[in-house]
Design a protein around this ligand. Structure first.
Ligand code: ATP
Ligand code: MN
Ligand code: MN
Length: 301
């Protein structure tokens, strides 16, 4: 019976109250892709997007005039996002309380698209428990012009080293230049512990393998290397969510891949919002079954 369930479409969400305005407006100039195209993409993959996005404080990249024109990050509530875009009060590091945005269901994500969201980014924890991350992410940022083969080599290195510590990891093509190596966590450790692990682990690798890695954020330090962006793992930081579109040329998306197919991949932006059908098919294939799923505690380091 489950197999017969029809894939939701934009019309499905419209029948549940979504009102998409100006679907014909071009959002990706040069790629001739419209707000309607973006909404159709998100409607198709919404259930996949929600696996990671649901119940996570999020940052949206909104581009009311389309990609490349005055896009902005939005992390706090500004009202008027739609009835399924919820708020959670978060005490920020300075001690002030701010309302952050989150969604629990696909309709909420589509309401964000109606408000011209292109990208969905999320915290490393869910709203409850907010203080215990459920994912660790190593954002591999290559130096400008560095060959993608180096990024793949670095990702595989991380996989091996984290594997040695007992962590199962999953690769995500960022849709930009790099790969994110993601390790699910069982929410038994707090933010300072997770951040400290990420920092010490990254600095140790950069010290041991300085020809490939740097843990220093300064671009001048990158020189033919890959910056291990461990700062994604602190409270309040975000990373792009799997299946989020990117506000970049070609309308690429952040796409889960399998370790065993990494060898054959040529870039981090090979999938785009035109590939919803392919992404759906891939998600239910043996290759990606269980992607991002593992019950594991952060190891001691
Ligand atoms: P790429 O592979 O091209 O590096 P990326 O998504 O990893 O793509 P980064 O610039 O490395 O992009 O950023 C990593 C993450 O940091 C982003 O996914 C985003 O969540 C967060 N981030 C980056 N810039 C900002 C910003 N100005 N405000 C808030 N969050 C940001
Ligand atoms: Mn990156
Ligand atoms: Mn980064």
């Amino acid at each position: 019976l489950k197999k017969a369930t029809k894939q939701p479409t934009l019309a499905t969400y419209e029948s549940h109250g979504l009102k998409l305005t100006s679907p014909e407006r071009v959002v990706f100039p040069g790629d001739e892709l419209t707000k309607g195209d973006l909404a159709n993409y998100y409607a198709a993959v919404a259930d996949l997007l929600l696996i990671d996005l649901a119940n996570r404080p999020m940052t949206l990249i909104r581009c009311p005039q389309g990609r490349g024109k005055q896009c902005f990050f939005q992390k706090h509530d500004s009202g008027a996002m739609g009835p399924h875009v919820l708020h959670v009060p978060v005490i920020e590091n300075k001690g002030e309380t701010q309302d952050y945005l989150y969604v629990t269901e696909a309709l909420g994500a589509l309401e964000c698209v109606q408000m011209n969201t292109i990208e969905f980014h999320g915290w490393g924890s869910r709203v409850d428990p907010l203080e215990n991350p459920d994912r660790l992410v190593f954002d591999l940022d290559p130096d400008v012009g560095l060959d993608f083969d180096k990024v793949k080599e670095a990702a595989l290195r991380l996989r091996a080293l984290l594997g040695d510590l007992g962590l199962t990891t999953f690769p995500l093509l960022s849709g930009g230049k790099g790969i994110h190596v993601v390790a699910p966590l069982d929410q038994t450790r707090d933010w300072p512990t997770v951040k400290s692990f990420a920092e010490r682990f990254s600095r140790a690798i950069a010290e041991a393998e300085p020809e490939l890695f740097t843990a220093n954020i300064r671009k001048v330090q990158r020189k033919g290397r890959i910056f291990l962006d461990w700062l994604r793992n602190q409270r309040g930081a975000t990373a792009v969510m799997p299946y989020s579109a990117r506000a970049r040329e070609g309308a690429p998306v952040a796409a889960p891949v399998a370790w065993k197919e990494l060898d054959d991949l040529t870039a981090a932006n090979i999938y785009s919002i035109r590939d919803a059908a392919t992404l759906l098919e891939r998600s239910s294939s043996d290759l990606l079954k269980g992607w991002g799923q593992a019950k594991q505690a952060l190891p001691d380091l």
